[in-house]
Design a protein around this ligand. Structure first.
Ligand SMILES: [Zn+2]
Length: 317
């Protein structure tokens, strides 16, 4: 009986592969550059080769696979197995990856959005274990999300549900989001949003150690903002405060909409820890005191960078 599974985490710059045995133990991994400039068919053939090498290294072949799961950044029409758009992979728009990869490998193929996949991994094997309704939030250069409701990933009709970063939480922000709008949560709570806010205030004349600490305005990141705040910089503190308020609003909306009992967060910006996440949690409880009695437990993700390959493999279960 074929019982092995491969989980692939596809990014604009790297491809991460995990080979799992029938007990879902990770038995081999590989990491390759993603060659995003290639036509989609060629990149899929390249990935097929990587998977054959991974299997061959363990004395296995495609026939030993129960399935291949793929995590991709962007909008995936889950029920059709089609990539609608993928961030940083322009050649993959409207691409029927499920059908194409199945034709190459003979294996059953499942694909989904990377935040959904990480949500599934955390729910099954990480910080979401035992939750009834869980939200996963990844706070990095962008703000992504995944919803596990009544024990199942909730994708919506078109596979586009859980785009929490592009929910509107402000009436008219001056900062434009990657999606072209100006009211998204991502413009306030993500690393890019925080850096853009600090730059806007600096351009308006605010005093700060940020440009010097970063080695130039263009190098300001959430990590540098965290560093400046530790040194007592007022603009850095203001920027983190604004992001914490934004996150509290996101938490509040999620609690009111889905009545979740667990919120799991990951991503580099979340590493600002107490100063960002602690403040956001405190404000969330101020907004909705009933959550003290009926809590939405807010906890860091446990699976780190492996969430993508683990969740992708879990898609095939
Ligand atoms: Zn947006």
């Amino acid at each position: 009986m074929p019982g092995y599974r491969i989980g692939v985490d596809v990014g604009g710059t790297k491809l991460a592969y995990g080979l799992f045995d029938e007990h879902f133990s990770l038995v081999a991994t590989a990491r390759e550059p993603s060659a995003a400039e290639l036509p989609a068919d060629d990149m899929l053939r390249l990935m097929h080769g990587h998977m054959q090498e991974l299997l061959c290294g363990m004395g296995l072949g495609m026939k030993d696979l129960a399935g291949i799961g793929m995590a991709l950044p962007g909008h995936i029409y889950f029920s059709r197995g089609v990539i609608i758009t993928a961030s940083n992979l322009p050649n993959w728009s409207n691409y029927p990856a499920k059908e194409k990869l199945h034709a190459l490998t003979g294996a059953s193929v499942v694909l989904d959005n990377d935040a959904n996949v990480a949500a599934l991994a955390e729910y099954k094997l990480g910080a979401g274990r035992g939750a009834a309704n869980m939200v996963y939030l990844t706070i990095s250069t962008g703000l992504g999300g995944g919803l596990v409701l009544d024990g199942k990933l909730f994708r919506g009709t078109y596979g586009s549900a859980g785009e929490l970063g592009h929910t509107f939480i402000t009436e008219n922000d001056q900062i434009t989001c990657g999606c072209g709008r100006t009211r998204c949560a991502e413009t306030i709570c993500s690393g890019t949003g925080m850096a853009n806010y600090a730059k806007m205030r600096l351009a308006g004349g605010a005093k700060s150690i940020l440009p010097e600490l970063a080695g130039g305005m263009e190098h300001i990141t959430a990590r540098i903002i965290g560093e400046a705040e530790k040194r007592g910089d007022a603009l850095a503190a203001e920027t983190i405060d604004r992001a914490a308020n934004g996150l509290a609003t996101v938490f509040y909306n999620l609690y009111q909409t889905f009545g979740c009992d667990r919120l799991v967060y990951g991503g580099g910006v979340a590493k600002l820890g107490e100063r960002l996440m602690g403040k956001a949690e405190e404000r969330f409880y101020e907004l909705i005191p009933m959550a003290k009695e009926y809590p939405m437990t807010i906890v860091p993700a446990e699976l780190g960078d492996n969430a993508g390959i683990i969740g992708a493999a879990l898609l095939t279960a």
